[in-house]
Design a protein around this ligand. Structure first.
Ligand SMILES: Nc1ncnc2c1ncn2[C@@H]1O[C@H](COP(=O)(O)OP(=O)(O)OP(=O)(O)O)[C@@H](O)[C@H]1O
Ligand SMILES: [Zn+2]
Length: 656
């Protein structure tokens, strides 16, 4: 340590850390102990109780305070002379522009989402500052080095979309518990407590049956003077009873499938539910009651163990109680809620609804603990992996500062030693010549230029696919659209009018053969898009009526050919927990990282085994490349499957 602290590369270094969560806390500690004198930290979060088990710089008393600032204060207690500058902010904030990034010798990411990672990647490229990128999920982890022109950038390799499911599986023919969870979370929860204007496929589709949507839409509105308890039962009967009956009336759909069973509240629950544990009957809510703090349905009902699998009656009671608590105690949030795995009442509602639906479709029921894991795409964090990854980040950062290019390694942390190795170092890849980010390779967009509006293009392509926040769109020298605070009023009006025009009717028409230049002013990132006019699109397969190709984005692991719904985490792009432990092979399926977690698993050929690897393996190279692969979820449980040389059979392990 002493020798490190005197290393000139460290002594003069100014580094930027993005993210002060699981990896970030470990990283800041390791940087401080290694002698880094000037550290800037950006983190947009405040501390939550659930962070305390592994984000060891934080204590109970810090809950609610900004992570970046508390992390700094904790470090200064034992390294008072270090310069630590905290920013409680989103790294996408415009003040963190290219000039801001240029002041650093290296940027170190400890983030938990793809969006922020892509943003930092682009700023590092624009500012020409090396980036050390990282991520962990459970025991798996990864650290990669990205130096402009020398190694691949963060976006050179495909990042698969979060797992998604065909809409009809979710709405009509669930066969796994995860399908019920997605239905409860993305459709029912959103319909009842979220944005009412959002498209919602909640109602059961049934080919021959005349759509009951008229009836259905009314069903979700609480009627004037309707008691909240009665409303809950009506919703229950509608979604678990009526909708299933509608679905069943389409005989054709059930020829080769097990028929679901309609469930009505009167068959499961007695008319009068006993009040437990002193629960107030809030069905006749008063203003006083609406000021009660957020509550838990299971607590009201005296259900204590998260790991118990509740029966249909218990789930039904939790469902009704949770619905009531939302409407009475959290009325102000209703209409704006999105599912959040850290929102206890939301988890209770979703878990109960998913279980009732599972009961209807003959799918095994699950505990709230398991349901939460599936709904939140949770792979439980392992503090040790974060510590190892943080150490590896610092090792790579030092190599970057010393410009020791040949020594750069991407390192994968594995769950089980293979040939006695838990860490797999690999030489970095060269930049990918077809990368639209670092190689500026043009993209191609198929679109109906006579039907799609500029707004569709901006929302669905520029923002959603290209990850741009402050876009500017040009054809030749003509500006079609831009955002910014300093725009003149008539420009703002022009751009607003352009947004509503179809592409071919813009002042500078966009038609087949047009090259659109799209730029993000903050990221200083430009890409060219070659437009191809296409008349027809497949409603199911291409619902956006736009097909962008040339992106380094892998297809979703689920059937990518179907209109689908994701089981995306609320804030992250974490994979569902079905990531397999690598098998020794000649390929690596790279784990790129999503939350503090890993989100992508792409097959890629490894170059020669790095020297470091050879050393550890004592010469036996050929079998020592790792392959990490994501399985299709054949199981309802959150499982990790291992295919390991030392273990003959696949071994399933439930996540703890
Ligand atoms: N755009 C962003 N700007 C700044 N900080 C970000 C951004 N996106 C994510 N972060 C930060 O990255 C950190 C990631 O840490 P981590 O993966 O441990 O997540 P967490 O939110 O602390 O924990 P968990 O998700 O498990 O509850 C978080 O502290 C989060 O605030
Ligand atoms: Zn690239």
């Amino acid at each position: 340590m002493a020798s490190l602290q005197h290393s000139p590369s460290i002594k003069d270094a100014k580094v930027l850390m993005v993210g002060a969560g699981g990896i970030g806390c470990e990283l800041l500690k390791t940087l401080a102990l290694s002698g880094f004198p000037d550290i800037h930290i950006i983190d947009m979060d405040t501390i939550e109780v659930s962070n305390l088990n592994r984000q060891f710089l934080f204590r109970q008393s810090h809950v609610g305070q900004p992570k970046a600032k508390v992390a700094r204060d904790a470090i200064l207690k034992f390294r008072p002379h270090i310069n630590i500058t905290p920013y409680h902010a989103n790294v996408k904030d415009p003040s963190f522009n290219v000039d801001f990034f240029k002041q650093f010798n290296v940027v170190l990411n400890g983030l938990d989402n793809l969006d922020a990672r892509r943003h930092v990647n682009r700023l590092c490229l624009a500012a020409d500052v090396p980036l050390v990128e990282s991520g962990t999920t459970g025991f798996l982890g990864q650290v990669t080095v990205h130096v402009k022109g020398k190694t691949e950038c963060y976006e050179c390799q495909p990042k698969p979309a979060p797992k998604s499911y065909p809409v009809c599986t979710i709405t009509s023919t669930p066969s796994k518990f995860v399908h019920c969870i997605v239905w409860a979370k993305d459709l029912l929860f959103t319909k009842l407590f979220g944005d009412k204007n959002q498209d919602n496929d909640l109602n059961v589709r049934s080919g021959d049956v005349a759509s009951s949507s008229e009836h259905a839409d009314d069903a979700f509105e609480q009627r004037k003077d309707e008691d909240v308890g009665d409303y809950g039962r009506r919703i229950y009967d509608h979604v678990f009873g009526h909708n299933i009956e509608v679905a069943l009336s389409n005989e054709e759909a059930w020829k080769n499938r097990n028929k679901p069973r309609p469930i009505y509240s009167k068959d499961v629950l007695s008319d009068r539910l006993p009040q437990q544990n002193g629960t107030v009957d809030r069905s006749s809510a008063t203003d006083n009651l609406s000021s009660l703090p957020a509550v838990s349905a299971m607590a009201s009902l005296g259900l204590k163990n998260l790991q118990d699998v509740w029966n249909l009656m218990e789930n039904s009671r939790v469902f009704l109680e949770a619905l009531k608590l939302f409407l009475v105690n959290r009325a102000q949030e209703v209409g704006n809620l999105t599912f959040d795995k850290d929102d206890q009442l939301a988890v209770e509602f979703v878990s109960a609804a998913a279980n009732i639906r599972a009961a209807s479709f003959g799918i095994p029921l699950h505990s709230l603990f398991e349901a939460k894991g599936i709904a939140g795409n949770i792979v439980h964090a392992v503090a040790t992996t974060n510590a190892i990854v943080a150490g590896l980040i610092v090792i790579e950062a030092i190599k970057v500062l010393e410009k020791n290019t040949d020594a750069y390694r991407m390192t994968y942390c594995l769950e089980h030693p293979s040939k006695k190795m838990l860490l797999m170092p690999v030489e970095p890849f060269e930049p990918n010549k077809s990368c639209y980010v670092c190689f500026k390779t043009p993209l191609t967009l198929e679109i109906n230029t006579r039907r799609s509006r500029l707004r569709d293009f901006v929302e669905k392509i520029v923002k959603a696919k290209l990850g741009m926040s402050y876009p500017l769109i040009m054809v030749g020298h003509a500006l079609l659209y831009e955002v910014g605070d300093d725009l003149e009023e008539d420009m703002v009006k022009n751009y607003a009018a352009n947004l509503e025009k179809v592409l071919s009717e813009l002042p500078s028409p966009v038609t087949g053969g047009t090259i659109l230049q799209v730029e993000d002013l903050q990221q200083e990132f430009t890409c060219n898009i070659s437009v191809k006019h296409r008349e027809e699109f497949d409603e199911e397969k291409e619902p956006d009526e736009m097909v962008l190709s040339g992106l380094t984005e892998a297809p979703s692991m689920a059937k990518a050919d179907d209109h689908s719904i994701e089981n995306g985490g609320s804030t992250s792009n974490a994979l569902p927990a079905n990531v397999t432990e690598p098998k020794m092979d000649v390929e690596v399926e790279e784990i790129s990282v999503g939350t503090e977690n890993i989100y992508s698993a792409q097959k890629r050929k490894l170059p020669e085994v790095s020297h470091a690897t050879k050393d550890v393996v004592s010469g036996d190279e050929t079998r020592n490349h790792k392959r990490v692969q994501k399985l299709d979820d054949e199981d309802d449980d959150v499982v990790v499957m291992f295919d390991h040389p030392e273990v003959d059979n696949h071994k399933k392990q439930r996540l703890q």
